[in-house]
Ligand binder design. Structure first.
Ligand SMILES: *Cc1c(COP(=O)(O)O)cnc(C)c1O
Length: 373
């Protein structure tokens, strides 16, 4: 059994995929080919934003979003403690200071009450300028943007949506990648919409930010290629990856998102009386980057992982460490406490999930989880 079965996906999409790749090879327009702009306009339309700018990775997308808003030295950027490293790595790389905030146990997303305490504390200390919040849509479910956007307005902060795991998720009619001032997503192969390598995109309604990002992503270019207005990056999505993503986006819209939600619903039905299953809020839809259960304690989780592995069922621990425990951030003074993150790190277990999962595989995983208890 595969944790996320990309081979199965390729088998199903092979005719369209091979044709799209071979067309891109025939055309030899490997950088900034027409597929790139076509993909960007389809992604913007899907997310419901005015602009989408593709780039080389989800990590670069976060970096570009921060650069477009001039975040740097002296700025405090609030991020959830329970997330992938890149969320905090990019503010730190730009010399801003990430301030970690604990999360909510049921949604795995940033705790808005604790966020406000962290903003107030930072203001009171007066050493850093509270500048931005990077809210993460962990495991596919959007963060609590209603409260986050209201709070950002009150304290004068920029909101960046880290939508690396949530492409396709939504809250009511609003889709992932449309929240906050600017959003960043990733096309890493195992994300909800993945390419065959690294890729990412930034989404915004702000014309000035969009123009800045287009410039920053290509060496800070100005009017033409050899006119450089600012210091930027070389961060583009390859034409081949764009061609691959156009095929995947069709499948994602037609059946993948629907199918993965069916898989998640079946898991929950079978497991809800045995373990803590993921909770998706009223009127929300997750894109299920992960299906993550919570066990009683660390011992039960670790034993479960071994028992499942014995039966050939792969599982993952996202994440074994909070950001405040990462060695790279050891120099930061951590004023806040992280009891929820620390508990999650000991008790979470992500089960295999993907849109091509068979009913018998779902049953096998669910039965194995129950019998391991
Ligand atoms: C994957 C991921 C990223 C980084 O994306 P890459 O494309 O791998 O650079 C950033 N944030 C979160 C929450 C992620 O899961």
């Amino acid at each position: 059994m595969q944790f996320r079965d990309l081979k199965k996906q390729y088998t199903v999409l092979k005719p369209q995929m091979d044709a799209a790749i071979s067309r891109a090879l025939d055309e030899c327009s490997f950088i900034s080919g027409p597929q790139v702009r076509e993909l960007e306009s389809r992604l913007a339309e899907y997310a419901g934003t005015k602009y989408c700018i593709s780039c080389a990775s989800g990590t670069d997308a976060i970096r570009l979003a921060l650069m477009a808003h001039g975040i740097g030295g002296g700025d405090a950027v609030f991020v959830p403690d329970f997330t992938f490293f890149a969320t905090a790595e990019m503010p730190a790389a730009l010399e801003a200071t990430p301030v970690f905030v604990d999360v909510r146990e049921e949604t795995f997303n940033i705790d808005v009450n604790k966020l406000e305490l962290a903003i107030r504390r930072t203001e009171r200390e007066g050493k850093l300028r509270p500048s931005a919040i990077i809210a993460v849509d962990l495991f596919g479910q959007c963060a609590d943007y209603e409260a986050i956007e209201e709070m950002a307005e009150r304290y004068g902060l920029i909101v960046i949506e880290d939508a690396a795991q949530s492409f396709g998720g939504r809250v009511g009619a609003r889709r992932s990648c449309s929240f906050g001032d600017i959003a960043a997503t990733s096309f890493f192969p195992s994300k909800p919409l993945g390419c065959y390598g690294d890729g990412g995109a930034v989404f915004t309604n702000d014309e000035t930010a969009a123009a800045l990002i287009r410039s920053y992503a290509i060496h800070g270019r100005g009017a033409d290629k050899y006119d450089n207005e600012r210091v930027g990056l070389n961060s583009r999505l390859d034409t081949l990856q764009a061609a691959i993503l156009l095929v995947k986006l069709d499948a994602f819209e037609k059946f993948e998102l629907k199918n993965i939600n069916t898989v998640a619903a079946m898991y929950t039905e079978k497991l809800k009386d045995a373990v803590n299953t993921p909770v998706v809020g009223e009127g929300r839809c997750s894109s299920w980057a992960q299906y993550t259960i919570r066990l009683k304690d660390e011992e039960q989780r670790n034993k479960m992982r071994i028992r499942l592995a014995d039966r050939g069922i792969p599982t993952m621990i996202y994440y074994p460490k909070g950001l405040h425990m990462q060695r790279a951030f050891i120099g930061l003074s951590h004023q806040e406490k992280y009891p929820v993150t620390e508990c999650l790190c000991r008790t979470v277990l992500s089960l295999p999930i993907h849109p091509y999962m068979s009913e018998s595989d779902i049953e096998e995983v669910a039965d194995s989880v129950k019998s391991a208890l």
